[in-house]
Design a protein around this ligand. Structure first.
Ligand code: NAD
Ligand code: UDX
Length: 468
């Protein structure tokens, strides 16, 4: 096996960008080139001003600043990067299919296929191809079929190396992750050598015992399973949040009690307005699709319920706002604090905020949204993506605000959709003074100080608690 001196990563997104930046920082002897068809994105990655990188992640700009120009490069010259590299990561998007067979369920693999075809056409010598994107189990078979059938005579080794980073903590997760999965073919010397080559890269900064080698199918399926388990925990606690509201129990006390059992553990038991993000829903739908296609209807139904529960939680939150505001929010100003799907990211894919906004807008609410990191254009794009009403109507019903105090002035209600830390420290007395009375707050993330807000005079609703 040749020594790895050059790495190429196809896809400069939320995964490709930070992952390759960390590899470049930790492996100064390897040149890492991240390529993308999106010219604008590559320009942003090359921006002199590190505040203008295409994605916001705590710690990212420091890592990029260390390595960029030294051994980390961002480029649109995909063919050259493929040709020059011994190892090629595929980190392209694999969204839910929006057309044809498997529409709304299956993963759309067209970007993976295009990348594999490009590699097959351009490669002139042996390559290790690494699946970094999240893929349905047995995708490596399809990738192999494409690579081997173009007929260039080049020998390809295919590895699965799914990414477990979470947004908002990506750099920390990449540096100190719980494990790295490297799936490959143990049964041949070339397969084993390829797995070892990738293992050696991670060993620059990760302890060897965290680098797990498995067969390819286990690696692919582990990623879907991990996301399904995590999302299931959120849906489980969200299911209990409604039971709490109806019985006088407190969901945070339930989380603490259940999470203290070392067999369960405390993480991912925060009840919320519903999970969002580009992965959970997409990956579970994909798992459900795979199970149904293989005739495992009971398994498919079991996992589908995680999504059904999540949709219900978002709708339940919106309905709570409407019911509390005397059964209508028509022409009422409802202020959203937060739009991102979680704090410390500017990503809004599948954010609960857009679904809650959409539901309230069906009841003719005027939404005023403030988020510290999300661009106004993005919020409109999110609503337009739902396709419920025309762009003009969305524009008329959604106002994007730059200042949280202006955003809450004269509001009938404030809703917290993202758990940004800054929301806790606002001058809530000032917000109260400027709102319509009764002043309602719907805390979809349970981050506000109940006693303080009640003392000011707010009517506060939190998830999984009695109204106060
Ligand atoms: P993304 O949309 O942010 O980035 C993907 C990039 O690939 C885009 O910039 C796109 O232009 C580029 N691309 C698509 N086709 C291309 C082609 N043929 N040639 C060159 N570039 C191409 O997506 P992401 O969030 O980085 O996710 C990538 C993969 O990683 C997905 O499979 C996702 O499920 C998985 N994943 C994502 C996360 C996350 O937190 N976002 C975490 C773990 C795994
Ligand atoms: C997830 C996985 O955590 C990560 O391992 C995988 O690589 C990609 O998918 P991400 O979607 O970026 O990461 O963020 P995550 O922290 O998992 O949160 C997902 C959603 O669940 C967010 O909307 C978050 O607010 C919500 N959530 C999470 C809860 O509502 N309650 C919790 O206790 C935890």
């Amino acid at each position: 096996m040749k020594q790895i001196k050059n790495i190429c990563c196809i896809g400069a997104g939320y995964v490709g960008g930070p992952t390759m930046a960390v590899i470049a920082q930790k492996c100064p002897e390897i040149n890492v080139t991240v390529v993308d068809i999106n010219d604008e994105r590559i320009k942003q990655w090359n921006n002199e001003n590190l505040e203008d990188l295409p994605i916001y992640e705590p710690g990212l700009k420091e890592v990029v600043s260390d390595a960029r120009g030294r051994n980390l490069f961002f480029s649109t010259d995909i063919d050259k990067a493929i040709e020059d590299s011994e190892m090629i990561f595929m980190s392209v998007n694999t969204p839910t299919k929006t057309y044809g067979k498997g529409k709304g369920m299956a993963a759309d693999l067209k970007y993976v296929e295009l990348s594999a075809r490009r590699i097959a056409e351009v490669a002139k010598d042996d390559k290790i191809v690494v699946e970094k994107s999240t893929l349905p189990v047995r995708t490596a078979e399809a990738v192999r079929s494409i690579l081997d059938n173009v007929g260039s005579g080049v020998n390809f080794q295919i590895l699965s190396n799914p990414e477990f980073l979470a947004e908002g903590t990506a750099i920390n997760d990449l540096l100190y992750g719980d494990r790295v999965l490297i799936g490959g073919d143990h049964s041949t010397p070339e397969g084993q050598a390829a797995m070892d080559a990738l293992t050696d890269i991670y060993a620059h900064w990760m302890p060897r015992e965290k680098l797990l080698q498995t067969n390819v199918w286990s690696s692919e399926l582990s990623k879907l399973t991990a996301n399904a388990f995590l999302a299931q925990r959120v849906s489980s606690i969200n299911a209990m949040s409604e039971v709490c509201e109806k019985t006088g129990a407190d969901v945070e006390e339930i989380s603490r009690a259940v999470g203290s059992d070392s067999r369960v553990g405390p993480k991912f038991l925060n009840s919320s307005v519903g999970f969002g993000g580009s992965c959970f829903q997409k990956d579970i739908l994909n798992l459900v699709y795979i199970c149904r296609s293989m005739g495992m209807d009971e398994v498919a139904d079991y996992w589908e319920q995680v999504i059904i529960m999540n949709d219900y939680q978002k709708k339940r939150f919106a309905d709570k706002i409407i019911n509390t505001l005397y059964n209508t929010v028509a022409e009422k100003k409802i202020t959203f604090l937060g739009w991102a799907f979680k704090k410390d990211t500017n990503d809004t894919r599948e954010t609960a905020a857009m679904y809650v906004a959409n539901h309230l807008m069906e009841d003719h609410a005027n939404i005023h949204a403030y988020d510290p990191k999300v661009a106004p254009r993005q919020m409109y794009e999110d609503l337009n993506y739902l396709g419920t009403r025309s762009e003009e109507e969305n524009k008329a019903l959604l106002n994007v605000e730059k200042d949280p105090y202006e955003a809450t002035e004269d509001a009938h209600a404030v809703a917290i959709l993202t758990e940004w830390d800054e929301f806790k420290d606002y001058d809530w007395q000032k917000i109260y003074d400027n709102m319509k009375k009764p002043a309602f707050v719907f805390d979809g993330r349970n981050i506000l100080d109940v006693e303080k807000l009640n003392a000011i005079g707010f009517k506060l609703y939190q998830i999984g608690k009695s109204d106060s």
